[in-house]
Design a protein around this ligand. Structure first.
Ligand code: EPU
Length: 341
């Protein structure tokens, strides 16, 4: 196998690259070419026209499922750095959260321990415990692969929604985000009203660090540690349904669990959000396997590579079983949150 080729001191190109250490699902797949960029200023000099197509820009590889070997170029923008509100896109997002908390700055504390990098936070509109990336993003800088120039993008133009943005739709494959500027505040802005956070925060003066520590403890209890077991976090999005549809689900749930049973739900703009984790659990999928793939027992919204050797086909087979069963029982089609590449 040919070794890495240093096109410039800051760009490394590796043909037939093994992506298994670069995706948190630990799928054993390869790409035709892997390009690692470690200097923003080198982007214009990359030989764009000779790269195997398509070009896929990846971040931390924590929200991806490679369906098999990738025929084109996988490009990673690896510039990192901490110390101000403007953060190079390759910085691990949780390193930024840790830094902000250590400076007593409010903003990203509820998003602590979400895997992935800062660039992806702006693509995916990551979210947890009542905060979404869009709430704290002030500006985005990117390399436009179409126009071949650097651009500044206003978050107001990014069409942010639940785990989505224009970067995932109309702008898909166009931009390499090079830095994200976040809104950080010295003024206390605690957001505690989601998922038991208030109850878990100790009764002492609240700091960003205290909320960060609380969120980390909650996440560690529920979610698999990516260092120990391969996964891509939540595999499915939580569906939003109409009030009438929700009433039908309540009826089914009471038949299944007794007349006093209460279905977890949240009122959101556009309808009622029913946790997909609840439906998956109700359908008996906790711990269910398909070869090496498994529905995680602590949080069934997560599919894990339990054996360490699960194949994309096994993950997708389990995904399809969950989708089909939930559709048959509740008339809801679950959509994956994880990007299939
Ligand atoms: N639930 C069950 N059974 C379970 C687990 C959960 O019935 O085994 C029900 C409970 O009623 C619980 C509800 O599901 O209250 C919600 O569970 P949880 O708070 O764990 O959150 P989630 O809706 O499953 C979402 C995000 C997570 C994020 C948490 C906390 C999505 C797709 N996922 O999960 O994000 O950490 O809320 O804000 O919206 C991720 O995107 O990778 C991710 C982990």
């Amino acid at each position: 196998m040919p070794g890495p080729d240093r096109a410039s001191p800051m760009i490394t190109k590796t043909p037939s690259y093994d992506l298994s250490p670069r995706n948190t699902f630990r799928m054993k797949v390869k790409c035709a070419l892997y390009v690692e960029v470690t200097e923003e200023a080198d982007l214009p000099a990359l030989d764009w026209d000779s790269l195997p197509q398509p070009v896929f820009v990846m971040g931390g590889g924590s929200n991806l499922l490679f369906r098999g070997d990738f025929p084109g170029t996988v490009l990673h923008f690896g510039v990192t750095g901490l110390g101000s509100a403007t953060v190079p896109a390759g910085t691990v997002f949780d390193d930024f959260c840790a830094w902000a908390a250590s400076e007593n700055l409010w903003g990203p504390e509820n998003l602590s321990l979400i895997p992935g990098e800062c660039g992806a936070s702006a693509v995916q509109n990551i979210g947890a415990y009542g905060v979404e990336a869009k709430d704290i993003i002030a500006g985005i800088r990117a390399w436009d692969m179409l126009e071949r120039k650097f651009v500044d993008i206003d978050p107001a133009d990014c069409q942010y929604g639940y785990r989505t943005s224009r970067f995932k739709t109309e702008w898909k494959g166009r931009f390499i985000i090079t830095s994200v500027t976040y809104k950080l505040s010295k003024e206390p802005k605690p957001i505690l009203d989601y998922g038991g956070v208030r109850k878990a925060v100790p009764d002492v003066p609240i700091t960003p660090q205290l909320i960060r520590d609380t969120i980390i403890a909650i996440r560690r209890k529920k979610l698999p540690d990516p260092e120990e077991i391969g996964s891509a976090g939540s595999f499915f999005c939580n569906p939003v349904i109409s009030k009438e549809h929700f009433e039908q689900i309540v009826k089914t749930a009471k038949e299944d669990n007794g007349p006093d049973y209460e279905v977890p739900h949240y009122e959101v703009p556009g309808g009622i959000k029913v946790p997909a984790a609840w439906m998956i659990e109700q359908c008996g999928f906790k711990g269910a396997t398909n070869g090496g793939a498994q529905v995680y027992h602590n949080q069934p919204l997560v599919i894990v590579n339990a054996s360490g050797n699960a194949t994309p086909e096994e993950i997708i087979g389990l995904e399809q079983r969950v989708i089909d069963t939930i559709y048959t029982k509740y008339g809801i089609t679950l959509h994956p949150e994880v990007e299939h590449v």
